[in-house]
Design a protein around this ligand. Structure first.
Ligand code: PEP
Ligand code: MG
Length: 829
C-alpha cells in the first residue's frame, strides 16, 4: 500500500497498537489499493471489504486492516478485488478503497499490517522505522521461529516458573477474560499453561481455558517454560489478579457448582407409559415416535502426508466458515447468534493447533480434528457447570460438520414422515436447523439441558421439546403413538383414547390461536372497543429487529444498548454506535425506536469503566448515574443516536431515574448536542420508571418528559426489596404484587395529568395475565419479547376497556401477588 509508514503503536486502537493481534507496522495510506504482500491464499476477506488476511505458502498469516473502526461503514468505500480462497501472487491488488470517504467518515485511516500471532513465525526484520513507502517496498521479513530463535524451542524444556492464585473474577474465567489471557500469553515466547486440579489448558487457547471451568475462588496454577517464563507468568498472573474489571466483592462467597442436569427424571417408563423430562420448549404435540440414528462418521486415522492433510483440514475449516457466514446472513434472532457462536469456536486457534499437531504426527485431517475437539467437549462436560456442559454439544456439532466436509458427505435435510415426534440420544443445533418443521412436531432427547442452544432454537421455532429424559427413551418402540406434553414435562406413550382426544383439543386450540394471532400480527393494535394500544418489541440487536418486524411489532419500546458496550475492552466508537443504531432503525423501516441510554453498572461490568466493587451494586453506580460519571461516554452515545436518519425516528430513554434533576441534566445535554450537530427538530426524551422515587413523582417527571415507560423488572426489585438475581427470593419477586401495581397506577395518573403516555417495557408487558391489568391502569404501550408480539396483540384485541378497568381496580385491592394471579386467571377463563 502506498503511504507513510510508522510503528504499529501509532494505530489509534489499543488492540492493534499494543500488539494484541501480532507484531507489524502501520501505514497511513496515500494510495487507494491494498496489494498482496506475498504469495499466498486469501484466508479471509471481511464481507465489508475493510480487512484481508493472506496465508503465505509457509503458513504465516498476514492481516491488513484498512483504517480503524471501518467495519462500521458496512462496506461503503470498499471494493474487494479478490475472494476468500483465491490464490494470489505478491503485488496482486486485493482491495480498492475510497480514501476521501474513509478520511471523512472513519476515526482513522492508519492501516495496521501485521503478522497474526503465531507460534511458528516471528518478525525478524522490520525495514526503516518511519518514512514513505511505495507498493512493492519491503515492510518486514518473516522467519520460522525454530530457525530465527533455536534457543526458544529448547527453552520449552528450560526453567519452569509456577505461580498459584485464587480466581478473583466474579464470573470466573469466561470467554472475555479467556480472550484477554490469550492476548497476554501470546506476547511471550514461553509456553504458558493454566491448570485447575487435574485439568490443564494452554493459555493461548480461549476454548481450552473455558474447559477449566475456573470459577470465583478456585485455586489455579500458572506454569511457564522458556526464557521469558518468569515475565510471562507474572503478566498472566497479574492480569488475572487485577480482576480485569470483574473482581468480585471480597465478601461474596464462592458460588456452589451448578448441577449438570436439571431435576433428575425417572430412569424408566412408568407402568402407565409416562416418561418425565425437563421442558426445553413448551407446548403440546401428538405424533409417532421416530428415532434419529446418526452413525458416527468413520475416518481413517492415518494420513497420506502431513502437507496434504493439513491443506485438507484448512480447506474444510475455511469452507465451513464460509457456510456458517452464509447461513448467518439468511438467519435471524437466536439462530443467527448460535451460528455466530459456532463461527467463533471454529476460529479457535487452540483447536486448530491441536489438530495440526496430530497431523504432524501422521494423523489424517479427519482424525486430527476429532482428536482435537473431543477432549475439549469432554472437558466442558466434566466442568460440572450446566451451561458449559451444554456448549459441548456445539463442539460436537462442529466436529460433525467439519468431518462431513472432509468425507464429502452431503448435509441434506433430515427427512421424516408427517407427525413425527423425534426421539434422539442427543440433537445438535445444526441437525435441528436442518429438520423439516412441517413434519416434525416435537422432540425428546435423552441428554441435553434446558438452556442449551437446541432448547433456545426449539422455543424460537415454537417446537415443543423435552430434554434430559434419560436412557428410558430407548425403550419406546418405533412408530408408537405419543403425546408430548412439554407444558407438564411428560411424554405419554400409547395414550388412552380419552387422553388422546383431550390432547387433540389442546393442540387444535393452540394452533388456531397462534395461526390467528400470526395472521393478524401486521394490523395496528386496538382493543375490542377501538382504543389504540401500541405493541412494541424489546430489542438488543439488528437480528432481533428483523424478527420483531416479522412478528408485527409496531416499533421498539426498549433498545438495550448494553449489547454494544459489554464483553469488550474499549467503548464502541461514535461511528460504530451510529452504524448499529442506524442498522436497527433501518430494519424497523421507519417505526419508532426507543433507544435506552447505556444501563450498565456493578452487575453488568464493562472493564473500561472501572467501577469499584460495591457492597450493594443494585443501589450503586448504575443506569444514568454511570453516564453522569462518564460524561464523554454519555455525550458520544447521544451524538450517535442523534445522527441516525431520519431524525426523530430514534427517541431517547433514560434508565434508573430517581429524580427530576437527572432528566433535566440529560435534556440539557441533548439540546447542546443537537445544536452542535445542527439538528433543528426536537428529539423526544422519556424516562424509565424503575425506582419507587420515580413512580411516586411521575407527575413531576411527566411535566418535562415526553413519555414514561415502566421497567417492571427493576421497579419490582426496588419496591419489594428483593434482589432480582437472588434465587433465595426468586419465588417472591412478582411484578403482579399489588405494591408494584399501585406504583404503576400512580405513574399512569401522573403522566395523564400532563397528557403524556405511559408504557411498560419490563417483563410484565410479555405476561398475558398482566396485560389486562396494565391496560386497565392506563398503560397504552406494551413493549414485549419479539416472539410474543402476535399473541399479545391478539390478546389486547379481545379485551374491553371497561372490563380491564374493573379488573385492575380489583387487583389493586388484593393482599398478595398470588391473589392477583388467581384473579387474573379467573379473568382470562
Ligand atoms: C426493567 O427493569 O424492567 C427493564 C426493562 O430494564 P432491564 O431489565 O434491562 O434492567
Ligand atoms: Mg431495568
Amino acid at each position: 500500500m502506498q503511504g507513510w509508514r510508522s510503528a504499529l503503536a501509532e494505530v489509534p486502537d489499543p488492540v492493534f497498537a499494543q500488539g494484541m493481534l501480532g507484531a507489524g507496522v502501520a501505514i497511513d495510506p496515500t494510495g487507494d489499493t491494498v496489494h498482496a504482500p506475498c504469495d499466498g491464499v486469501v484466508r479471509a476477506l471481511q464481507p465489508t471489504g475493510h480487512a484481508v488476511t493472506i496465508a503465505a505458502a509457509e503458513g504465516a498469516e498476514i492481516l491488513i486492516h484498512v483504517g480503524v473502526d471501518t467495519v462500521a461503514l458496512g462496506g461503503r468505500g470498499f471494493e474487494p478485488l479478490v475472494a476468500a480462497g483465491d490464490r494470489v501472487s505478491r503485488g496482486d491488488p486485493l482491495i480498492r478503497f475510497d480514501l476521501d470517504l474513509l478520511v471523512r467518515e472513519a476515526p482513522s485511516v492508519v492501516t495496521p499490517v501485521l503478522l497474526l500471532e503465531s507460534e511458528h513465525y516471528a518478525l525478524a526484520a522490520l525495514g526503516d522505522a518511519n518514512g514513505p513507502v511505495a507498493v512493492g517496498d519491503p515492510l518486514f521479513t518473516l522467519v520460522p521461529r525454530d530457525v530465527a530463535a533455536p534457543a526458544e524451542a529448547a527453552d520449552r524444556d528450560g526453567p519452569v516458573v509456577v505461580r498459584e492464585l485464587l480466581v478473583p473474577l466474579a464470573h470466573g474465567i469466561h470467554a472475555r477474560p479467556a480472550a484477554r489471557i490469550r492476548e497476554t500469553a501470546a506476547r511471550f515466547s514461553a509456553e504458558v499453561t493454566i491448570a485447575k486440579g487435574e485439568r490443564s489448558a494452554n493459555a493461548r487457547s480461549p476454548v481450552a481455558l473455558l474447559t477449566l471451568g475456573a470459577r470465583l475462588g478456585d485455586a489455579i496454577r500458572i506454569e511457564a517454560h522458556g526464557a521469558d517464563a518468569e515475565a510471562a507468568v507474572a503478566a498472566v498472573a497479574d492480569l488475572i489478579a487485577s480482576g480485569m474489571g470483574e473482581a468480585a466483592d471480597p465478601s461474596t462467597p464462592p458460588p456452589a457448582a451448578e448441577p449438570v442436569a436439571a431435576p433428575a427424571p425417572p430412569a424408566t417408563l412408568s407402568a402407565d407409559g409416562r416418561l418425565a423430562g425437563v421442558t426445553a420448549s413448551p407446548g403440546v404435540a401428538i405424533g409417532h415416535a421416530r428415532t434419529l440414528h446418526l452413525a458416527e462418521i468413520a475416518v481413517d486415522p492415518v494420513g497420506v502426508g502431513a502437507e496434504e492433510e493439513r491443506a485438507r483440514l484448512e480447506q474444510a475449516l475455511r469452507s465451513l466458515g464460509t457456510k456458517l457466514d452464509a447461513e448467518a446472513v439468511s438467519a435471524s434472532g437466536p439462530r443467527r447468534s448460535i451460528l455466530a457462536a459456532h463461527r467463533a469456536m471454529l476460529d479457535d486457534a487452540g483447536l486448530r493447533d491441536a489438530a495440526l499437531a496430530v497431523i504432524a504426527d501422521g494423523g489424517s485431517a479427519g482424525h486430527a480434528w476429532r482428536e482435537a475437539i473431543r477432549p475439549q467437549a469432554e472437558a466442558l462436560r466434566a466442568t460440572g457447570d450446566a451451561h458449559l456442559a451444554e456448549r459441548a454439544d456445539d463442539m460436537r456439532d462442529l466436529e460433525r460438520r467439519v468431518l462431513s466436509l472432509l468425507m464429502g458427505i452431503e448435509d441434506a435435510p433430515i427427512a421424516f414422515p408427517p407427525d413425527t415426534i423425534l426421539l434422539a440420544e442427543d440433537l445438535l443445533p445444526s441437525q435441528l436447523m436442518a429438520l423439516d418443521p412441517a413434519n416434525v412436531v416435537g422432540f425428546c432427547v435423552e441428554k441435553g439441558g434446558p438452556t442449551s442452544h437446541v432448547a433456545i432454537l426449539a422455543a424460537s421455532m415454537g417446537l415443543p421439546a423435552l430434554v434430559a429424559t434419560g436412557p428410558a427413551l430407548h425403550a419406546i418402540a418405533e412408530g408408537s403413538m405419543l403425546i408430548l406434553d412439554a407444558d407438564a414435562a411428560v411424554l405419554q406413550v400409547a395414550p388412552e383414547a380419552d387422553a388422546l382426544a383431550a390432547a387433540r383439543d389442546r393442540v387444535a386450540e393452540r394452533h388456531a390461536r397462534r395461526a390467528e394471532a400470526q395472521a393478524n400480527a401486521a394490523a395496528p393494535c386496538h382493543m375490542a372497543g377501538g382504543e389504540r394500544i401500541e405493541v412494541f418489541a424489546n430489542l438488543g440487536s439488528r437480528a432481533d429487529a428483523e424478527l420483531a418486524v416479522v412478528n408485527g411489532a409496531e416499533g421498539c419500546g426498549l433498545l438495550r444498548t448494553e449489547f454494544l458496550f459489554l464483553e469488550r475492552d474499549t467503548a464502541p466508537s461514535l461511528a460504530e454506535q451510529t452504524a448499529e443504531y442506524q442498522g436497527i432503525a433501518d430494519a424497523l423501516g421507519g417505526r419508532p425506536v426507543i433507544v435506552r441510554l447505556l444501563d450498565v453498572g456493578g452487575d453488568k461490568p464493562a472493564p473500561y469503566l472501572p467501577i469499584a466493587p460495591e457492597e450493594n451494586p443494585a443501589l450503586g453506580l448504575r443506569g444514568i448515574r454511570v453516564g453522569f460519571a462518564n460524561p464523554q461516554l454519555l455525550d458520544e452515545q447521544i451524538r450517535a443516536i442523534l445522527r441516525v436518519q431520519p431524525t426523530g425516528q430514534c427517541r431517547i430513554m433514560i434508565p434508573m431515574i430517581a429524580s427530576l434533576d437527572e432528566l433535566r441534566q440529560v435534556r440539557t445535554a441533548v439540546d447542546r448536542l443537537r445544536t452542535e450537530l445542527g439538528i433543528a427538530e426536537p428529539v423526544e426524551v422519556g424516562v424509565m420508571i424503575e425506582t419507587p422515587a420515580a413512580a411516586v413523582t411521575a407527575d413531576l417527571l411527566a411535566a418535562e418528559a415526553d413519555f414514561l415507560s415502566v421497567g417492571t423488572n427493576d421497579l419490582t426489585q426496588y419496591a419489594l426489596a428483593m434482589d432480582r438475581g437472588n434465587p433465595a427470593v426468586a419465588a417472591g419477586i412478582d411484578g403482579l404484587h399489588p405494591a408494584v401495581l399501585r406504583m404503576i397506577a400512580e405513574t399512569c395518573r401522573g403522566a395523564a395529568r400532563h397528557d403524556r403516555w405511559t408504557g411498560v417495557c419490563g417483563g410484565l408487558a410479555s405476561d398475558p395475565l398482566a396485560v389486562p391489568i396494565l391496560l386497565g391502569l392506563g398503560v397504552t404501550e406494551l413493549s414485549a419479547t419479539a416472539a410474543l408480539v402476535p399473541e399479545i396483540k391478539a390478546l389486547v384485541a379481545s379485551l374491553s376497556m371497561d372490563a380491564c378497568r374493573a379488573h385492575a381496580a380489583a387487583a389493586l385491592q388484593c393482599g398478595s401477588a398470588a391473589e392477583v394471579r388467581t384473579l387474573a386467571r379467573e379473568f382470562r377463563a
